[in-house]
Design a protein around this ligand. Structure first.
Ligand SMILES: NC(=O)C1=CN([C@@H]2O[C@H](COP(=O)(O)OP(=O)(O)OC[C@H]3O[C@@H](n4cnc5c(N)ncnc54)[C@H](OP(=O)(O)O)[C@@H]3O)[C@@H](O)[C@H]2O)C=CC1
Ligand SMILES: CC(=O)[C@](C)(O)C(=O)O
Length: 349
């Protein structure tokens, strides 16, 4: 049976109207939810650790900022918008002791609950509102009067109101303007990790870089390779987003369509699908989560930061930066080194 799509007509803000909503963390998702909820007329406070760079950014945007534990104490609904591998530490230090009966704990990804890095008490609601898009897009779509589609899930319904609170939050951040599906923490966690690793971020960036390298190594100009392999990918994916693969094929040339259907399956062949299925098993078994938590805790991000450094030095980045700053097509959003995530959106206004 097709899943029900919840929209604004199914979601009232009433469950949140007289509540205090704490957003712990003010990064990609945190700043977007906080600003959207505030613009929806709801009372939002921000919880951050004392030395956070985001305190000033949040204050400048009109929020009351508290230490994390104080924000949890003051709130009825607590959104844990900190990095997944840090959730357990923040929960044990600042949240658990203040998570009294009747409160609601909210996540926008199921990682910590599904892989049991935290276990919330049975007398609090545990829910998820997961926009299916990056935080900065959750904000920009909301400002444009639109919304990013999202997912809701209820892990624990202590007071019988968990789903109404989730739908109210989904409305407050704009997701029900687009549409919201109900899922569960396992399904959201596994499919989100799979998608971001093998198709979206991981798969797409590997494919783009490979195409760019093949053209540049064959002697073609890097600018040509950038236009062909990265810039135009957005335009093609936009068509798929708007009208499916068939719609994209309707719009491209016959020559491109023949290349698509006759060559594409040789590039992304059965071997790719086999490796995707293997990765899905590693996510489901918890192997990926275990390795990622180790890298982010005992590993001290050493391997991760070395890869980040090499990736930032890739020729495609310099080529792209140059083209984006000269082309009027893509609004150049400067990523300020070391700035808080949320300042990225405020600086790009
Ligand atoms: N990025 C995205 O678009 C998406 C993220 N999610 C989920 O949203 C959640 C948050 O991720 P994301 O927004 O990317 O995170 P970011 O890394 O963008 O931001 C993390 C925020 O948490 C703050 N923080 C770190 N430690 C603490 C602490 N001890 N107490 C309070 N705040 C702290 C950081 O502070 P500081 O600013 O000082 O660094 C920062 O503001 C995760 O569960 C993620 O999986 C879900 C969907 C999409
Ligand atoms: C934007 C999103 O939902 C991702 C890619 O899964 C994430 O940033 O975690």
């Amino acid at each position: 049976m097709a899943a029900k799509i919840y929209t604004n007509k199914d979601a009232s803000l009433t469950p949140l109207k007289k509540k205090t909503l704490a957003v712990i963390g003010f990064g990609s998702q945190g700043h977007a939810h906080a600003l959207n909820l505030k613009d929806s007329g709801l009372k939002v406070v921000i919880g951050l650790y004392p030395k956070s760079k985001s305190r000033e950014v949040a204050k400048k945007l009109g929020f009351q900022v508290m230490d994390t534990a104080e924000a949890v104490k003051a709130a009825d609904v607590i959104f844990v918008a900190v990095p997944d591998t840090k959730i357990a530490g923040v929960y044990n230090k600042d949240i658990a002791a203040n998570l009294t009966k009747g409160k609601t704990l909210l996540f926008s990804h199921g990682f910590a609950v599904h892989f049991k890095t935290i276990e919330a008490p049975k007398d609090v609601n545990v829910i998820m509102v997961a926009p299916k898009g990056p935080g900065h897009t959750v904000r920009s779509q909301f400002v444009d009067g639109k919304g990013v589609p999202g997912l809701i899930a209820v892990h624990n319904d202590a007071d019988g109101k968990a789903k109404d609170i989730a739908l109210a939050w989904a409305r407050g951040v704009g997701c029900t303007r687009a549409g919201v599906f109900e899922t569960n923490f396992r399904e959201e966690t596994v499919t989100d990790l799979f998608g971001e690793q093998t198709v979206l971020c991981g798969g797409a960036s590997a494919l783009v870089k490979a195409g760019f390298e093949v053209l540049v190594e064959a002697g073609y100009q890097p600018e040509m390779a950038y236009f062909e392999c990265l810039h135009e990918l957005k335009l093609i994916v936009d068509l798929m987003n708007e009208s499916g693969i068939a719609g994209m094929r309707f719009s491209i040339s016959e020559t491109a369509e023949w290349g698509d259907v006759s060559v594409g399956p040789k590039i992304i062949d059965a071997g790719v699908k086999k490796r995707m299925a293997k990765q899905l098993k590693e996510i489901e078994s918890g192997k990926f989560a275990k390795e990622w938590i180790a890298e982010a805790t005992t590993g001290g991000y050493k391997k991760f930061n070395a890869i980040r450094k090499a990736e930032a030095a890739h020729q495609i980045e310099k080529t792209g930066e140059k083209l984006r700053s000269t082309m009027s097509w893509i609004k150049q959003k400067k990523l300020k080194k070391g700035a808080a995530q949320a300042s990225y959106i405020s600086s790009s206004k």
